[in-house]
Design a protein around this ligand. Structure first.
Ligand SMILES: NC(=O)c1ccc[n+]([C@@H]2O[C@H](COP(=O)([O-])OP(=O)(O)OC[C@H]3O[C@@H](n4cnc5c(N)ncnc54)[C@H](OP(=O)(O)O)[C@@H]3O)[C@@H](O)[C@H]2O)c1
Length: 222
């Protein structure tokens, strides 16, 4: 059993938490407004779920999921994430996040920007390319013919291995899509972002195999 801490427990954070609970893990949720605002969500998830401050969730997690708007990166506290395996689900959108010059110019990926605020975290990009509804509906047990693949990116092999094990436990197989510097290949609007799992209007989504994910990553341009 892994304890997964969540910094951000909205659509994607709470969906990952739900899959983690179903797989037998423990989760510690947090948001910007305080644990009392997550009491109902934690209660719904059951006895292996709790709500805490962001610092406590980060400290508790064997793996910590950061699932916040990119504009919140400067507010994150680096110390509790030092040395931790951290999953970055985040996508940059100027309409929500405001314009961030390094991201507009593509001189940095959003994960590399996050790393500036949490420099000692072992960061792995994952889950940013699938909508929360498809993530929930496409999860399948290992060995299922229609199990889908998710790409990960990162610079730290042990962290990637830990995240791969976690993702495999919650219903997906993994494609290693290289280092964080290449994670622009899965940013908002790229071929692997959303599209392979079907239109958002189809909440069930469509399963995607390894070849489909690799082909979509390979055709990304910037
Ligand atoms: N929605 C999707 O299907 C999806 C899929 C893949 C990736 N993503 C990406 O994942 C990120 C989260 O998306 P979302 O749709 O889950 O957003 P959301 O539903 O708006 O949830 C955002 C969460 O982040 C929390 N938060 C904001 N600032 C924070 C801070 N400074 N410290 C701690 N928590 C903070 C919010 O808490 P409060 O409500 O208390 O402020 C909320 O729990 C975004 O970057 C998004 O692009 C989303």
């Amino acid at each position: 059993m892994t304890t997964v801490g969540f910094i951000g427990s909205g659509y994607i954070g709470s969906t990952i938490a739900r899959l983690a609970i179903e797989a037998g893990h423990q989760v510690v949720l947090s948001n910007s407004r305080g644990p009392e605002t997550l009491a109902d969500t934690a209660a719904e998830l059951g006895p292996r779920a709790s709500a805490a401050t962001s610092g406590e969730a980060a400290a508790a997690g064997d793996i910590v999921v950061v699932a916040v708007p990119v504009k919140a990166f400067p507010t994150l506290t680096a110390a509790p994430l030092a040395g931790k395996t951290v999953i970055d689900t985040c996508n940059y959108g100027p309409e929500r996040d405001g314009h961030i010059p390094e991201l507009d110019s593509t001189s940095l990926t959003s994960s590399e920007l996050l790393l500036r605020y949490v420099p000692d975290a072992m960061l792995v990009k994952a889950f940013n390319n699938i909508s929360f509804k498809h993530l929930l509906s496409l999860a399948r047990p290992a060995g299922s013919a229609d199990r889908s693949y998710l790409p990960i990116a990162g610079d730290c092999a042990p962290a990637k291995a830990a995240v791969t094990e976690f993702i495999e436990s919650i219903g997906y197989s993994v494609v290693d899509a290289g280092p964080l510097a290449d994670s622009w290949r899965r940013a908002t609007g790229t071929p692997v972002w959303g599209t392979p799992y079907g239109p958002f209007s189809n909440e069930k989504g469509q399963p995607v195999g390894e070849d489909g994910i690799r082909a979509a990553l390979a055709t990304a341009t910037r």
